[in-house]
Design a protein around this ligand. Structure first.
Ligand code: SF4
Length: 178
């Protein structure tokens, strides 16, 4: 199995992505880096569900620091943008830059994200943010962002089914509340 860092937005989305990656010959490490999630109580609820899933699926989980102030500074001026607009593109980039930096630091040659499982996240925009994050990673050896389109072939519905089966908390909004 090849190792890959999987930026994980939450437990429910991770279910289908981990299964898909394992079918493709990868052993993922989950990376919870989501400074966009507000308020902190909601961030913790999602993290708790992810911890639970990590235990069920026997997958390693790394938890990044929560820095909502820095995230807010990053999207300043774009508060009124609609979902899937300019603020969301910066938001994908913020979290994927964290993932790329961690991948580089810990010798993961490849990384990807659960974000593409959501029907609300256009995969081409996520791929562009991932590629840019990989290129911006520090040092000469860049990690490769892998273009997994997890929503394909009923991926989202599979994540709903699995999350229900495991009894995982599922959020009712994307994350930022702006
Ligand atoms: S709506 Fe979701 S993707 Fe868009 S900026 Fe807010 S948290 Fe990020």
């Amino acid at each position: 199995m090849k190792k890959i860092l999987l930026h994980a937005c939450c437990g429910p989305c991770s279910t289908h992505c981990v299964a898909t990656l394992r079918d493709a010959g990868y052993e993922p490490t989950l990376f919870y880096s989501n400074s966009n999630i507000m308020p902190l109580e909601e961030y913790d609820l999602r993290l708790e569900a992810l911890r639970r899933f990590a235990q069920i699926a026997s997958v390693e989980l790394v938890e990044d620091v929560y820095d909502n102030a820095r995230w807010l500074a990053c999207v300043k001026g774009l508060e009124n943008e609609p979902e899937k607009g300019a603020r969301c593109r910066l938001c994908y980039g913020f979290n994927l830059c964290r993932a790329a930096g961690f991948a580089r630091e810990r010798d993961f040659a490849e990384f990807t994200t659960t974000l593409t499982v959501s029907p609300h996240k256009p995969s081409p925009l996520v791929f562009a943010a991932g590629d840019a994050a990989a290129a911006a990673a520090p040092g000469p050896l860049k990690p490769e962002f892998r273009h997994f389109d997890f929503k394909k072939a009923g991926g989202f519905l599979d994540s709903v089914r699995l999350a229900k089966q495991y009894g995982l908390y599922r959020q009712s909004y994307c994350g930022c509340r702006l």
